[in-house]
Design a protein around this ligand. Structure first.
Ligand code: FAD
Length: 318
């Protein structure tokens, strides 16, 4: 009989996991994968994301480094499919700390930026990395899942153990609400991020200024807009865009990329980054069915998504 797997969550983590599990099932080890989610993918935190491959505000460790590399490899391959909404984009990262973390450069094309293109007193790197247009990528990924036989059910799950009635395995990829759903983890901290999306006046490079801990600034060219950010508000949970914060973002973005000044505002978004000291990707013991936790990606959910999916696939098979 097929193994019945529930994936709770249809953000980028849940969708990537569902895809990976459906793809790796075969006739001998059949799998029925069902995604249970109370929000549509385009209403999740994942839809608010920039969404660039770049490690930010998440655990760094050898295990996470393997996920970074795996995700980069997968996104680079996906960028070959024009319909997926993922592009390889060149851009500039401005560093303001004395010893910036450049460990990510081991996996990508990157070189120190010329002093002439940097603000005084800063250093920086030029690089080329995957950047997704979430309005295209998330629906594409969901369609890929459906093509592999994944079922989608819109519902809230309030008790992971109750899933034992219909499933053999539950993967909890519920973002910032995962700890509460499992009931055994109160270490999650939401980190609020606000963005404003504007019409692109013709700027196709990305730019990130790592600023200080509370206000990194970025301009990210999606296919349908420029995403201007951002904020890093630890413990804040309001999902309402704040006009004062938005004015600050617009001013900082225009200082970073002057063409952005006065660009037409298309939409706004707020998301709660699911932060935790360490990613939680492990089997949770003592439950009514096999339960696997897959959350805590902070500001790197896109960046770590495929690596996470591969890690969960290995756990399910173990
Ligand atoms: C402004 C902003 C910019 C960002 N930029 C980037 C970036 O450029 N690159 C990057 O890598 N990361 C970025 N991030 C971080 C990234 O968005 C997150 O790490 C990622 O979205 C987390 O994905 P997730 O699937 O775990 O959670 P979510 O996207 O929040 O999805 C959670 C899912 O779980 C479901 N769910 C939760 N609880 C329940 C329940 N009880 N029952 C049923 N369903 C439930 C929800 O409906 C939803 O489908 C950014 C975040 C923000 C806020």
């Amino acid at each position: 009989m097929s193994e019945r797997i529930a994936v709770v969550g249809a953000g980028v983590i849940g969708l990537s996991i569902a895809h990976e599990l459906a793809l790796s099932g075969d006739a001998a080890h059949g799998r029925e994968v069902t995604v249970l989610s109370d929000l549509d993918p385009l209403a999740t935190t994942s839809a608010a994301a920039g969404a660039i491959w770049f490690p930010y505000a998440a655990e760094r460790s050898p295990a996470v480094d393997r996920m970074l590399e795996a995700s980069l490899r997968r996104f680079t391959a996906i960028a070959g499919d024009a319909e997926a909404g993922v592009d390889l984009r060149s851009g500039l990262i401005i560093e303001r700390t004395p010893e910036p973390d450049r460990s990510w450069t081991q996996w990508v094309e990157a070189r120190p930026a010329d002093a002439a293109e940097l603000p005084p007193g800063t250093t920086g790197m030029r690089t080329r990395v995957p950047l997704a247009t979430q309005t295209e990528y998330l629906p594409w990924l969901q369609a890929q899942c459906r093509a592999l036989g994944v079922r989608f059910v819109q519902r809230e799950v309030d008790d992971a153990d109750a899933l034992a009635r219909d499933f053999d395995v539950a993967v909890v990829a519920a973002g910032v609400r995962s700890g509460a759903l499992l009931g055994d983890d109160d270490t999650m901290v939401p980190i609020r991020g606000q963005v404003v999306r504007v019409a692109n006046p013709g700027f196709w490079e990305f730019r990130i200024d790592d600023g200080d801990a509370t206000a990194l600034t970025y301009v990210l060219p999606r296919r349908d807009c420029l995403v201007l950010g951002g904020t890093h508000e630890v413990g804040e949970i309001s999902l309402e865009p704040d006009p004062e914060i938005e004015a600050g973002i617009l001013a900082r973005a225009a200082a970073l990329v002057p063409q952005v000044a006065g660009a037409q505002i298309l939409s706004r978004a707020v998301g709660l980054r699911p932060a935790r000291d360490r990613l939680r990707i492990e089997e949770v013991p003592g439950r009514a069915l096999r339960v696997i936790a897959a959350y805590g990606h902070g500001g790197s959910g896109m960046t770590l998504s495929w690596g996470t999916a591969e890690a969960v696939r290995a756990l399910v098979a173990s």
